[in-house]
Structure formats: C-alpha cells, structure tokens
Design a protein around this ligand. Structure first.
Ligand code: F6R
Length: 592
C-alpha cells in the first residue's frame, strides 16, 4: 500500500514523477503529493483524493529533483496535513514512505521532549524528524544512523534542500526498486518496477535496511553497516503500454470478459502429451505429504478451492489458511506451502512465507506479477500469465489461480485426464453471453443491504469469493456461508428483506442444498439460484435462476464464479459505486 516514486535525470522531474504516480495509484488513492527542490528550497503540493485532484491543484513548475506519493492511510486521517511527502520542522527534508513504524509514538515523544514540533499524525513524520535530528551534512549517513531506531517495516525516499542532485532511499521488508537507464542519464526509485516509465532500465531491489544514494544515472548502495556494496542488477525491458479499458465502462468488466482467454493462457503450454509440465519448476516437487495453501482475500479463496483439488485428485491432505494466521500454525515437515498472491506484494503473505521458510519448509509461489517480491523470495514460482489486473477487485486472477491449482493437483497426481479443462473457456463464454440477463436480475436485487451467499463443497469457497466481490465494490453486507451451517444460527437473520444467493453447482450435494433452500424459502427469503442446466427442480423454490453450463464438481467453480462476478458488477453499477477504485481499498496491500 502507498506508492512511492522519485526521479532525477534529464526529463522534467515533475512530469516524470506524475507519470510514475499514475502507474502507482493502484497502491492507494486517499491522497497524493509531490515535493522537489527549487533554488535551495523544498517546494511541494499535496491533495486529498485521487491523483486527478492533485493534478488540478498543481502549480509547481521546474523542480530539480522530485519525489511523490500515493497514500493509503494508516496513521492519521485522510487530510492534507497527513498526506505525504512529510517534512521536518526546519523544512529542509521531504520524505515519502510506505509501511508502518510500530514504535512511532515512543520516538515522537522523545523528539518532542527535545523541542521538536510535529504537524501531522503520521508515523512518516516521525521518520522525517528523526533523520533531520541526526543530519550533520551527509543525508545518507543521517538515514543510516536513524534506521536502527525504527521498529516495523518501510520503504522510504527523501530529499534535502541542500542536495538538489540527490535522492536517498532505504527499505526494510517493503518493496523498493531503483534503477538507471542504459545511457546513465536518469535514475528512478519506485515501489513497483512496472512504474519505470516504459523504458529499459537496469534495476535492483533494496532490502534489509540497505540505503541507496541515487543521483542522475548513478546509484550507490550501502548495507546496514553503511558499507558500500555491489548489487546484482536485473534487466527491465521497456514495459508495454499501460492497459486501457478498450471500450468497456470499467477495467473490472473488461477483465471479467477477458477470462476465456486468460484461463487458456494459464493452461496452454503446460499440457504436453496429456501431462502437466511447469517450466518454472526448477526441479520436481517430491515427497509432498501434505499441502498448505496460504493467501489473503480472493487469493485465499483460490487456495481453498486448491485444497479440494489436491485432496480429490492427488489424495494428498490439503488445507488452506489466511496468511496472517498461517505463521501461528504448526506445519508438519514435508508439507508444501503454496503461497497465492496476484500482486506478489501482499505483506501478510510475504511475512508468513519468511517465517515458514526460516523453519526449513519449501514455499511454492503462485503469482501474476513478474519481478514482485514473492517471485524473488519463494523457492519456486508459477506464473498466472493473466496480464496486468487493473481493477482493485480481483477477477481474472482468481480464475487463472484456480486453473493453475487444478493443473498443480493433476501434476502431483500424475494424472493424464485433462480434457475437461479445455472446455472451460467455452463454459465461461456461455455465462458471459448472459450478461444482459444477469444485469436485469442485479437491478432487482440491488436495493437490498444484506445478503447470504451459500454453497456446499466446491461451491462453498466459490460463494465466499462471490460475496467478497459484492461487498467490496457495492458496500453491502454479503456473507458467504457453507449452506449446511446456516440453520445453526445465521438463519435467525432471515426475513423477506434478506436475499439468499444459492450456488447449486456441486452435484454431490445437490439434494441437500435444495432442502436448505426450502428452509430459507419457508422463512420468506428472496432466493436467487445459480444452478446447472439439469437442476430444473430449483425453479419451484427460487425466485430467480441464472442457468450455468454443466461440468464436473471439480470444475464447477469456473462458471459460478463468472456469474458471481457479473452479479456483483451490475449491482455496484446500479448503486452508482466507484467500481474500479472502491473506497478504503488498494490493489496491493503492503501493510500487515
Ligand atoms: C479482492 C481482492 C483482495 C486480494 C487480496 C490479496 O477482490 O482483490 O482480497 O485478493 O488483497 O491480494 P494478492 O492476491 O495480490 O496477494
């Protein structure tokens, strides 16, 4: 969360910084800000709201060097005062930050006792004032002497009014990439290498309290003992153009409609002679006695479906756990931990894998974003190949994740029966073709404020995922529940104003879910069923039905997921919500 960007070089630093921030806005859009140096003075502009609000207000012109920030608020409300960059009280340093300083209060109290006056509620100002109090003419040295006092994790970039030719950057457990172009005419620091302005760059990543002195076309990196070190650089080829909506009203809708293609991309090239092969695996996964999937949000739901695939296809005991809880679990030896993350930057997942790997357990990452931290820290990494996912609400990444997990289960089972998977893109297309009908149904249900989503077996994680889609983009209360569990308490909530969205595609449990629906109908719940074509008896119970193509239970999550995504999208559309950038959220969650 929070995007930080800094530019020094031959281009106009202000314009370059704005461009960089555009590419980082997915990391937070509570406020944004830019600071630079003009004639020995720090100049800045900050504004709450999206980057477009900053652009409207911006009067800054030629800056000698620039740093910028897009904020997802942690410490302190969404105000201009709390927006980044933050400054020291002498107005000599401007600093942008991603992460959390856990002992900020303690440091603040100490600095206040020394007469330093704070002007924001942020932990970021604490870092800035601390560095300022340690400054004796050498900015990198002041940073080096300050970092040991900070508890927590951070990526920072800062400038000083007396050093217009310099940006200092440092990082602990938060992503921060730095790089220069081939001709050494410009240098960039960015939370995400994908924001490197579309040119080829030679990049490296800061970690473990490393500090970088960034000048035009020249970068020096120091380790935590302030010893100059040589870092290996990676080649970042010019990024392709930022994706556009291609005529769709929102990225979310575009990404929903991309799924017949993205699902194919996830399996094409991975099935050879009826057998699964992953080119990314450095060596075969052997002696896997159990599998633990970890992830957050949508990625956790994919892991939950993955655990069913593993047990049903490979007969290997498998579980899933939310990343922030996984580190507290006892993990038996010879467990394969599979870390699911679209972005590869989710702090909860990264912290969990660091602890798990420290115990000697192997981690396989499944990720969409190349060069992300997960891809560098996991023992192996399989890519989703879904292309950039721009909407904060994850859609295509989820179906690519479950495609890869299905293949992984088949791979561990050494199965050769992969034909059914090839029919899935056509099934998905069949649901997409029903978008106008789903929109009509959404208009009927969009006025309710509470929903139960329910399903059994494969439909349980599928309905949890659909409920998450609805709540995050429509701001209504939607809970995914195992259908058998509703009678054990939650049924007390049911009345004529509490619709139930029933995911009926798990054949093995069909009769039972129909009985559960009867129980809910008897209490007046409006019922929308998502049902396979053969289940005609559901029409006697449900008020509305979305018909889905039939598949095995294993592959039933695909069609049901697409229907759930479209339903959530059209309900949010009817309610006039900000679909691609829902309130309080960010695409990449880099704080714990
Ligand atoms: C929901 C959503 C989030 C993410 C979660 C994990 O639509 O996008 O729940 O799935 O924050 O993100 P990744 O997969 O990047 O680790």
């Amino acid at each position: 969360m929070c995007g930080i960007f800094g530019y020094i070089g031959k281009k106009n630093p202000l314009k370059a910084c704005l461009k960089g921030l555009e590419l980082l806005e997915y990391r937070g859009y509570d406020s944004s800000g830019i600071a630079g140096i003009v004639a020995g003075k720090i100049e800045s502009c900050k504004e709450i709201g999206k980057l477009s609000c900053l652009k409207e207000k911006l009067t800054l012109k030629a800056l000698e060097v620039a740093i910028g920030h897009t904020r997802w608020a942690t410490h302190g409300k969404v105000t201009n005062q709390n927006a980044h960059p933050q400054f020291d009280s002498k107005q000599s340093i401007a600093l942008v930050h991603n992460g959390i300083i856990e002992n900020f209060d303690e440091i603040r109290t100490r600095l206040e006792k020394n007469g330093i006056v704070f002007s924001s509620e942020t932990d970021t100002e604490v870092i800035t004032q601390l560095i300022s109090s340690n400054y004796e003419g050498n900015l990198a040295d002041a940073v080096h002497r300050s970092l040991p006092f900070l508890k927590g994790h951070f990526a920072i970039a800062l400038i000083h009014k007396d050093h217009p030719d310099l940006i200092i950057a440092a990082a602990r457990e938060c992503p921060l990439s730095i790089g220069t172009d081939d001709k050494c005419t410009e240098s960039i620091v960015s939370s995400d290498p994908n924001a490197f302005l579309g040119k080829a760059f030679n990049i490296t990543f800061l970690r473990n309290d490393e500090i970088a002195k960034i000048q035009k076309g020249k970068i020096e990196v120091f380790d935590s003992n302030f010893k100059l070190i040589l870092k290996k650089t990676e080649r970042l080829e010019s990024a392709s153009k930022a994706p556009t909506k291609e005529g769709f009203k929102h990225f979310m809708l575009k990404e929903i409609f991309e799924q017949p293609t993205t699902i194919q991309k996830a399996f094409l090239g991975r099935i050879e002679e009826q057998q699964v092969r992953f080119e990314e695996l450095k060596h075969e996964l052997k002696n896997v006695k159990s599998v633990l999937f970890i992830g957050c949000g949508t990625s956790a739901h994919a892991g939950a479906i993955g655990s069913l695939f593993l047990e049903d296809l490979a007969h290997i005991p498998a579980h899933y756990e939310i990343s922030s809880e996984a580190r507290f679990r006892v993990i038996p030896p010879e467990t394969l931990v599979v870390a699911m993350s679209q972005s590869g930057e989710t702090a909860d997942t990264l912290s969990a894998i660091r602890e798990i790997r420290a115990k000697g357990i192997k981690v396989l990452g499944i990720c969409n974003v190349k060069n992300s931290t997960l891809t560098r820290e996991a023992d192996h990494c399989i890519f989703l190949k879904a292309g950039p996912e721009m909407s904060v609400c994850s859609t295509k990444a989820f179906t690519s994740q479950i495609t890869v997990l299905y293949l992984l289960a088949q791979y561990l089972a050494q199965n050769k029966n992969l034909d059914e998977l090839k029919q899935i893109p056509a099934h998905v297309q069949k649901v997409l073709d029903q978008a106008p009908l789903i929109q009509k149904i959404a208009q009927k249900y969009c006025h309710y404020s509470n929903f139960f989503f329910m399903g059994r077996r494969y439909m349980y994680p599928t309905c949890m995922e659909a409920a998450l889609k609805l709540k995050e983009i429509s701001y209504v209360n939607a809970n995914g529940y195992p259908a058998g569990e509703i009678k054990h308490g939650p049924i007390a909530l049911i009345d004529t104003n509490f619709p139930v969205i029933a995911f009926c595609s798990n054949k093995q449990t069909e009769d039972k879910i129909l009985s559960n629906l009867q129980e809910l109908k008897a209490r007046g719940a409006p019922i929308l069923a998502l049902a396979p074509e053969h289940l005609t008896s559901v029409t006697k119970i449900a008020d509305d039905v979305i018909w889905l193509p039939q598949s095995s239970d294993l592959l039933s999550p695909f069609a049901s997921t697409i229907a759930g995504q479209l339903l959530a999208y059209y309900i949010a559309l009817s309610r006039g919500c900000d679909i691609d950038q829902p309130r309080n959220l960010a695409k990449s969650v880099t704080v714990e």
